[in-house]
Design a protein around this ligand. Structure first.
Ligand code: TZP
Ligand code: MG
Length: 214
């Protein structure tokens, strides 16, 4: 687990799965992204049964191996069932301290935040990283709200020490502004999983992020 935690400092491109938008399917997307160098995968599945999720999560865990951190969105029970590396939760999910009690001290917990206040509270409560967004308007998440803009990232970066993962409406054209704006890493869902060549898109994002990272 220490190895996986140490990967947190290295993450650049972060894959979040989306079985509805995916062209080739979640398992194919994970395999291609990890092969292309992605070091963190979040299984985000809103439409399958718990039983199916546990089966798919265990397959994703295998694909991530020791190369990539494997997190489950929202579902602490699914993360525990497959011994994932941790979870990603939102402001309306269970409190981070409840998730920590259930998962123990070694698991990774990421929390979605929208501003400096939520980021400070997340860090205080033991978040290992924060997901900040939506940076731009997006149609991938219905209730995401309006984009906060890449210029909002710097204040969050200055306020906390844990890594920032930017999310929402990010593509290859605007991702430079996100990294130059102060984010450590970023998620692009539709820009990657809607593609015919997830490995190519992942590599392109990693190259751009590396080029502009401080
Ligand atoms: N949380 C905030 S925005 C978002 C999530 C899950 C969706 C991001 O998807 P896309 O396609 O990269 O805009
Ligand atoms: Mg959630």
């Amino acid at each position: 687990m220490e190895h996986k935690r140490s990967l947190l400092k290295l993450i650049d491109f972060y894959l979040v799965t989306d079985s509805v938008l995916s062209k080739k399917g979640t398992l194919s997307d994970v395999e291609n992204a990890v092969t292309a160098g992605c070091r963190i995968v979040q299984y985000r599945e809103k439409s399958r049964s718990t039983k199916d999720m546990i089966l798919e999560a265990s397959q994703i865990k295998t694909l991530c191996g020791s190369e990539a951190i494997f997190l489950v969105n929202d579902r602490v029970d699914v993360a525990l069932a497959v011994d994932a590396d941790g979870v990603h939760i939102g402001q309306d999910d269970m409190h981070i301290s409840t998730a920590r009690n259930l998962l123990g001290p070694d698991k990774i917990i990421g929390l979605t935040v929208h501003n400096v206040e939520e980021a400070l509270e997340a860090e205080r409560n033991g978040a290992d990283y924060v997901g900040l967004g939506p940076i731009f308007d997006t149609t991938t998440k219905n209730d995401a709200g309006d984009g906060i803009g890449p210029e909002s990232i710097r204040a969050v970066k200055d306020a906390i020490d844990v890594p920032i993962v930017a999310i929402g409406g990010i593509n290859k054209q605007n991702c430079e502004s996100v990294i130059v704006g102060g984010s450590d890493s970023l998620v692009a869902i539709s820009a990657v999983v809607c593609s015919d060549d997830v490995a190519r898109e992942t590599k392109d994002f990693i190259d751009i992020i590396k080029q502009f990272k401080e």
